[in-house]
Each structure stands twice: as structure tokens, then as C-alpha cells.
Ligand binder design. Structure first.
Ligand SMILES: CC(=O)SCCNC(=O)CCNC(=O)[C@H](O)C(C)(C)COP(=O)(O)OP(=O)(O)OC[C@H]1O[C@@H](n2cnc3c(N)ncnc32)[C@H](O)[C@@H]1OP(=O)(O)O
Ligand SMILES: CC(C)C(=O)C(=O)O
Ligand SMILES: [Mg+2]
Length: 516
């Protein structure tokens, strides 16, 4: 069996999904879960992109011990210096350098000649090697590059010290056969290529990211890059859970394996989906709600007689399990703490105590607290870091079939001031959002609104996801409550607070630049 290294870029390319903004706490939690999943490399961000990205990469590098942590950098010395400051505290600092090699990118985006691109690539690898023991080099838009040029630049960056060469299909253009041929060409035409590791990085614009990644493995790639749930720029990246399970189930064919702990897949997928607000289609392979559901009679009959008639993957393989211990209003802190740990969350004693209060409040209203309920409460406690901005105190909404819906909202503004406003709308949620907009004194455009129940039953918690645009910035928010209107208000406040948080960080960034 060949070992395939898994390079997870959920926190970098995944966060490039439109409308996704993860805060430091959320990124750390995802990084810890990726470590549990046993990914080999975590790309934690792009340190030179912003102060927030820098801090997240630094903290993740200093926290994660069993996966190696990397950050992205342009072929620019100041990006490399910043990346070193962020990554130097990690167990095995490595840098991910990139520059585009396709004629279209070189001519129009970089406005550089091919010779200048080679010079920038080589000098940046040499410069990075002064700091970093491991330098990965990526040829952005490799799949639309001229192969002799690609081979020439790859040979030169290997000579300069790069030990991992990544061949990205940046725009999701390639087919599996062609992608395999690029790997074959490089292996045949680049001196010393056997001394480095070849990596694949695929995008899903034509729905071929996973197939292309698997083709790369067949043609010599020993590292695969992708994201959990396949999130990422435009149509997303290759879904790592699909690649890992395909290699496992078809090991007879691929004769390659990852070091992933497959049982952590479902939990990782849930965490990423909840924190990014990117819900999964029910039919998504491996992690979708219906991935193991047999609906039709003939299938059910087959599965009852012999599971393998229709089931090639057992749900337990990827960590889909039912929990036998039921938490309810008579449960205590021990059972709660135990379940939180089993669910894979790291909570301080103070956070457990706060969670316990919320848990008891909910248990008074709802008979059994499911794992999904608990996770929703954990998210509310742990990841709402924007309390320094607006916080909901109370809402009151009047609705009647022959009345104009009217809402009254009381908010705290972070400096301890109370804001109270009222407004009407075409429906209850609109009246609530119109009122909140008055409180914020900023125009907020609602782009998307989704509601789902956290678990089954009439007393289930409601979870609302919204996407909004404020001050030209798109962001998402989520809110959970037993009442749909309260959950709606919380999601809206969460999204708007995120914008204020990002604006505050940008202002601080600018101050740093001015100071320098
Ligand atoms: C394929 C990918 O996924 S690449 C990663 C994409 N991710 C991101 O862009 C997210 C983070 N990016 C950012 O925050 C910003 O783009 C920053 C901070 C990096 C740069 O911001 P700005 O200085 O304002 O530049 P801006 O983004 O407008 O333009 C990019 C510049 O970098 C240049 N550039 C792009 N790639 C590279 C590279 N690999 N090496 C060197 N220069 C590069 C472009 O040619 C352009 O240069 P120009 O200003 O001389 O025309
Ligand atoms: C930075 C590189 C690796 C990238 O994300 C791409 O080309 O898609
Ligand atoms: Mg990419």
C-alpha cells in the first residue's frame, strides 16, 4: 500500500467560499478536529492576507502538535517574512509558496514574462528555505500551462530547495485522463522528481475534482489537497472525505491508503458545515443525510436480507453512530461533560458550567436532549465571540392574519447601552429584521435565509442560517433557539456582528500598516 498524505485546506481555500468568514475560535476548533481526523498537513490560512489570518495561523501552529501546519504565501519576500512569524512556533514549520504558470495568468494577471515568473519562483523558494525546513511550491493554473514550461519551472524550484511540488487545477478545467498525463509528463521530464513529493489540488467547476485527485494518485501523486465537504472558492475543492473513503473501499484497485481516522469523518463534516453555515445536500456522498438511507422496497428487502446487497460503505466506518445515553433534565455535569468530550469538543470548566445552565433551561422545555441539540448549544456558547458588539435582550412580535406584523426589539450595544426599536414588515421575520436594521443604524441586505430543526419533534430547537450584505461585505450568521423568531433574530445579529468584527480588524490592520 502506498501512503497518501492528506493536505487539508478547509481553513484557507475552504474559507475562500463566498460568504464564509470563520473567526479565530472557530478556526481553532476546526484545526483541533482535523488533528483528531489525523490529516497530515493543515493549511491554516494566508498569514499576509490580514491581521486576523495571521493570528489564526499563529495560534493554530502553536496549538496543533500531531499534524503539520502550513500557510500560503505569494512569491513576495514580505509575505514569506510574515508567514515565518506566524508559523515559526509550530512543530514542523512549512511554507506553501505559489505563483501562476499559465500563459493567461502570467500575461494578464501577473503581467510578467515567463522568465520573470521563473526568477520570482526560484528566488522566493531560496528565500523561504532560509527559514523553513519544508517548502511546498505550487504552479497556480498548472493545468492550463504549457507542459515544457511547467517541467522547466518545476525542475528549477526543486533545485532551489522545494520538497513538495503541487500541480493545481485552479479553475477546475482538467479531466482525469489529462491530469494523469501531466503527472506522467513531469515524472518523465523533470530531473530528481523522484526525490520530491508530488501533490494534487483540484477544483470542482466541472464536477471532476475527486475523480481528478484519484487519477493523480494513479499517476504518482503522494499528496492530495482538498477540503472537508468540498467547500472552497466557486464550486469548491475536492472533498477529502470522498477521496479517503474511496481509497479505503477500493483499496483493491488503488492500492493506496491515507492515515486518516475515518471514524472522525462525520463529526468533522458536521463541525465544518455548522461553523461555515454551508449546509450539505442530503444526497452528498459519505456525509449527506441520505448517504446511508435505503428508501425503496426492493432495496430495503435486499438490505434486510444481506446489507452488502446495497451498502458498500457501513455508516459506522465514517462515525455515524447512534448514542445510547440519553441526556435529560435529570442529568448532571458529569454526564454532560462526558458527552461533550465524546462529541469531540474541548470546553473549559467555565464553558461547561455555562453550557450546563443552558442545557438545564432547554431540558425544562424538551424531554430528551439529543447530540444535535447539545452541539447547537455548544456552538452558541463557544463560538459567539461577537458579544462585544450587539447582544439580544428581548423580542416581542405581534402577528395576526388581519394585522400588520410588528416587532419590538431590545438590544445591548456592547458598551452597556440599551437600544429599543419597533418596526413593521410584511411578515413576522421581516418586521423583526426591519426593527434590527433600525437598531444597527446601517443598511442590511438579506441575501439568504434558511431554517432547519436541529432534531426531530415539535419541541426541536430551530436553527437559522442567514447570509447578509452590510457595507459591501457579505457574511453569514447562525442562531439557535427553541422559537423560530428568536433563532431568526440571533442569526441576523450574529451575521451583522461578524461584519463589525471584520471591519474592526481591518481598521487595526490599517493602523499597523500606517505605524510601520
Ligand atoms: C488560487 C488561489 O486560491 S490563490 C489564493 C487566493 N487567496 C486570496 O487572495 C486571499 C487573500 N488575499 C488577500 O488578502 C489580498 O489579495 C492580499 C493581501 C494578498 C494582496 O492584496 P493587494 O496588495 O491589495 O493586491 P490584490 O489582491 O488587489 O492583487 C494581487 C497582487 O498580487 C500579485 N500576485 C498574485 N499572485 C502572486 C504570486 N503568487 N506571487 C507574487 N505576486 C502575486 C498580483 O499580480 C497583484 O499584483 P499587482 O498589485 O502588482 O497588480
Ligand atoms: C494556491 C493554489 C494552490 C490554489 O489554491 C489553486 O491553485 O487552486
Ligand atoms: Mg485552490
Amino acid at each position: 500500500m502506498r501512503k497518501i498524505n492528506i493536505f487539508d485546506t478547509t481553513l484557507r481555500d475552504g474559507e475562500q467560499s463566498a460568504g464564509v468568514n470563520l473567526n479565530l475560535q472557530e478556526k481553532l476548533e476546526i484545526a483541533r478536529q482535523l488533528e483528531r481526523l489525523k490529516v497530515d498537513i493543515i493549511e491554516a490560512g494566508f498569514p499576509a492576507a490580514s491581521k486576523g489570518d495571521f493570528q489564526s495561523v499563529k495560534q493554530i501552529a502553536e496549538t496543533i502538535k500531531h499534524s503539520s501546519v502550513t500557510g500560503l504565501s505569494r512569491s513576495v519576500q514580505s509575505d514569506i517574512d510574515t508567514a515565518w512569524e506566524a508559523l515559526k512556533g509550530g512543530a514542523e514549520p512549512r511554507l506553501h509558496l505559489f505563483i501562476a504558470t499559465s500563459p493567461i495568468h502570467m500575461a494578464h494577471k501577473l503581467r510578467m514574462t515567463p522568465e520573470q515568473v521563473i526568477e520570482a519562483a526560484v528566488s522566493s523558494v531560496k528565500y523561504a528555505k532560509r527559514y523553513f525546513p519544508i517548502v511546498q511550491w505550487s504552479a497556480e493554473d498548472a493545468c492550463r500551462s504549457e507542459l515544457p514550461f511547467l517541467a522547466e519551472i518545476v525542475a528549477k524550484v526543486i533545485e532551489a530547495g522545494a520538497s513538495v511540488i503541487n500541480i493545481p487545477d485552479t479553475v477546475g478545467y482538467i479531466t482525469p485522463k489529462e491530469y494523469g498525463e501531466i503527472f506522467d509528463f513531469l515524472r518523465k521530464n523533470v530531473p530528481n522528481i523522484e526525490k520530491i513529493s508530488l501533490s494534487a489540488h483540484c477544483h470542482d467547476d466541472l464536477g471532476m475534482a475527486v475523480a481528478n485527485s484519484l487519477a493523480a494518485i494513479e499517476h504518482g501523486a503522494t499528496q492530495i489537497e482538498g477540503t472537508i465537504n468540498g467547500i472552497g472558492e466557486r464550486a469548491g475543492n475536492a472533498a477529502l472525505e470522498e477521496i479517503a473513503v474511496a481509497l479505503y473501499i477500493r483499496k483493491d484497485y488503488y492500492k493506496a491508503e491515507t492515515g486518516l481516522n475515518l471514524q472522525e469523518i462525520k463529526r468533522t463534516s458536521n463541525l465544518v458545515s455548522k461553523l461555515t453555515g454551508m449546509t450539505l445536500p442530503a444526497n452528498k456522498a459519505i456525509v449527506g443525510k441520505n448517504a446511508f438511507a435505503h428508501e425503496s422496497g426492493i432495496h430495503q428487502d435486499g438490505v434486510l436480507k444481506e446489507k452488502t446487497t446495497y451498502e458498500i460503505i457501513s455508516p459506522e466506518l465514517v462515525g455515524v453512530q447512534s448514542n445510547s445515553m440519553v441526556l435529560g433534565k435529570h442529568s448532571g455535569r458529569h454526564a454532560l461533560r462526558n458527552r461533550v468530550v465524546e462529541l469531540g469538543y474541548t470546553l473549559s470548566e467555565a464553558e461547561i458550567n455555562k453550557l450546563f445552565v443552558r442545557f438545564k433551561e432547554l431540558a425544562d422545555k424538551k424531554k430528551d436532549i439529543t447530540d444535535d441539540d447539545l452541539v447547537a448549544l455548544i456552538f452558541e456558547e463557544k463560538f459567539d465571540l461577537f458579544k462585544e458588539f450587539y447582544q439580544l435582550s428581548s423580542i416581542q412580535v405581534q402577528y395576526g392574519t388581519n394585522q400588520i406584523p410588528t416587532a419590538v426589539v431590545v438590544l445591548m450595544d456592547g458598551q452597556g447601552n440599551e437600544i429599543q426599536e419597533a418596526a413593521t414588515g410584511a411578515g413576522s421575520v421581516e418586521s423583526l429584521y426591519n426593527t434590527l436594521e433600525r437598531c444597527f443604524k446601517t443598511e442590511v441586505k438579506l441575501l439568504d435565509y434558511r431554517i432547519e430543526s436541529v432534531s426531530g419533534g415539535r419541541d426541536a430547537l430551530a436553527q437559522v442560517f442567514v447570509k447578509v450584505r452590510v457595507n459591501e461585505m457579505e457574511t453569514s450568521g447562525r442562531g439557535t433557539a427553541q422559537d423560530v423568531l428568536e433563532a431568526s433574530a440571533k442569526a441576523y445579529i450574529n451575521a451583522v456582528n461578524r461584519v463589525f468584527m471584520i471591519e474592526k480588524m481591518r481598521e487595526e490592520n490599517q493602523k499597523v500598516v500606517i505605524k510601520n
